[in-house]
Ligand binder design. Structure first.
Ligand code: NAI
Ligand code: MG
Length: 487
């Protein structure tokens, strides 16, 4: 079996990045390799003192050398950083694979996506501008797009490197400084990316990283009186708490809180294309994806065939450690595994049927936090497996008779992040694109291969605000109106 322990010289500093320096904390947190249930490394355990110092450094950086960097210079730095990330892809992917347990090919594509965010926002840095507004003849009125200042970013463990790219690149492109609180369960790639940023000459204090627990470093950052913007990605419960704390100080927030996204499969769909995409949409990252397609709505006429073919596909899904590049890796932690298993046991007690399961690779680590992919049918209306984000490789299937019922079921959720619609009927494609309540709708595809360029965000319990795409740049600026009376 391959060793879960990475060579020591690939591990990033066990410290926080504050004001351009790596600062050790009195206490550390152990991080584990979830595929092996074994120790991997340690990270710093920041408390409010370190968070305070990081916010202070980010404030100072706003008026330092960074202030003198033009938009073009920021763009040039971001582009150079993208190249540095690509050059370090092997090491970054190895860290991401060991730390999150995800398959190595997924880890590599996550690092590539991280670099793409930096390259995309590099190009955007000097192309975002205000407008002039026709008003009275003796006035010239314009809008300026200004950075907020210090951006607090609290991110999760499922896609550390990608979400680092999404949040940090957009905030820096627009001239902000950042204090980032990565997730305690997985943040080695983020620390390595921060190390690369220092090596690439980012002025001190522009990017600060404070690893630690949500209840300590996270809570201290969200409540800090000197932050100017807060973006949070994670669970609705923690998001609600963080947003309440931010509201006390009128700090604007972007909230990305997951989903229960439906895939709508009509009887005229091209199943050869749709079914592999439906499977990928739920097993990617072992289902621990905010935009996972976790509900399948299938039209009655094709339901039997679809379930038969999905059974074959699910039974062929193999779980193994990341290095084996199987279909599915482990869940992130023992806690996430037992949480999911409890919900699945409750579901079966209430009559839900597990129609098909994947399997564990022979000889695979038994200490890893694996849950095999599962296909659920015969689900009572309104059951929690249709409503709650399970965050595992579990697909819940429902049937519908016509378009109206499909739309009704699709929207029967408090969430609204993504949806997939599979039909050849053009009118139906457009009606559903407009009718479904979610931030993204994909027609005859699901996820557009990640789509760095495509604005992304939620409706309802999935959160608010948009990241990714050009819209992500706007989200990191505030608008100022200047009215000049010149007579
Ligand atoms: P979480 O929402 O508690 O953690 C996300 C981030 O928030 C982490 O960096 C964490 O340290 C931080 N955090 C936690 N408590 C905080 C607080 N009081 N103040 C400030 N920051 C805080 O999610 P967790 O506990 O890791 O996972 C639980 C469930 O959340 C998962 O099963 C899944 O359903 C959902 N989740 C959804 C994600 C998504 O991308 N949609 C990502 C991670 C979790
Ligand atoms: Mg880990």
């Amino acid at each position: 079996m391959p060793s879960p322990i990475l060579p020591l010289d690939t591990l990033p500093p066990v410290a926080a990045l504050i004001g351009g320096r790596w600062v050790e904390t009195p206490q550390k947190l152990a991080v584990e390799a979830p595929a092996y249930g074994a120790a991997l490394s340690h990270i710093a355990r920041c408390q409010s003192a370190e968070v305070d110092a990081a916010v202070c450094a980010a404030h100072q950086a706003l008026v330092g050398e960074w202030f003198d960097w033009t938009a073009r210079r920021r763009g040039e730095w971001l582009a150079a950083f993208a190249v540095a990330v690509e050059a370090d892809q092997g090491r970054l992917a190895a860290l991401e694979c060991a730390d999150t347990g995800k398959p190595m090919n997924q880890a590599r594509s996550d690092i590539a996506a991280c670099a793409r965010y930096f390259r995309f926002y590099a190009g955007g840095a000097d192309k975002l501008h205000g407008e002039t507004i026709p008003f009275e003849h003796d006035f010239t009125v314009m809008t300026l797009r200004e950075p907020y200042g210090v951006c607090a970013q609290i991110i999760p463990w499922n896609y550390p490197a990608q979400i680092f790219g999404r949040c940090v690149a957009a905030a820096l492109a627009t001239g902000n400084t950042v204090v980032l609180k990565p997730a305690e369960q997985a943040c080695l790639s983020v620390l390595r990316l921060a190390e690369l940023a220092v090596e690439q000459g980012l002025p001190p204090g522009v990017l600060n990283v404070v690893p630690g627990l949500g209840s300590e470093a996270g809570a201290a950052l969200a409540a800090h009186p000197d932050i100017d913007h807060l973006s949070f990605t994670g669970s609705p419960e923690t998001g609600t708490r963080v947003a309440q704390v931010a509201a006390e100080q009128h700090v604007p927030t972007t909230m990305e809180l997951g989903g229960k996204s439906p895939q709508l499969l009509f009887d005229d769909a091209d199943l050869d294309v749709a079914l592999p995409a439906v499977v990928r949409g739920i097993i990617q990252n072992a289902g621990q994806t905010c935009s996972a397609g976790s509900r399948l709505l299938v039209q009655e006429e094709i339901a039997e065939r679809v379930l038969r073919e999905l059974t074959t596909r699910f039974e062929a899904l193999c779980c193994d450690v990341g290095e084996a590049d199987a279909d599915c890796g482990p869940l992130i932690s023992a806690a996430q595994k037992s949480r999911l298993e409890e919900r699945l046991a409750e579901a079966q007690d209430s009559g839900v049927r597990v129609l098909a399961r994947g399997y564990m690779a022979e000889g695979a680590s038994t200490r890893g936090h694996f849950v095999v992919p599962q296909l659920l049918t015969e689900i009572p209306d309104g059951h929690p497996v249709l409503r709650e984000e399970l965050f595992g490789p579990v697909l819940a299937v429902q049937r519908f008779s016509d378009e109206a019922e499909a739309l009704c079921l699709a929207n029967d959720t408090d969430f609204g992040l993504c949806a997939g619609v599979w039909t050849q009927n053009g009118g139906r494609q457009l009606r559903l694109a407009r009718g479904i309540c979610s931030g993204q709708v994909f027609i005859n595809n699901y996820g557009a291969a990640g789509g760095v360029e495509l604005p992304f965000g939620g409706v309802g319990r999935s959160g608010h605000g948009r990241e990714k795409g050009f819209e992500g740049l706007r989200s990191y600026t505030r608008l100022k109106t200047v009215a000049l009376h010149h007579g």
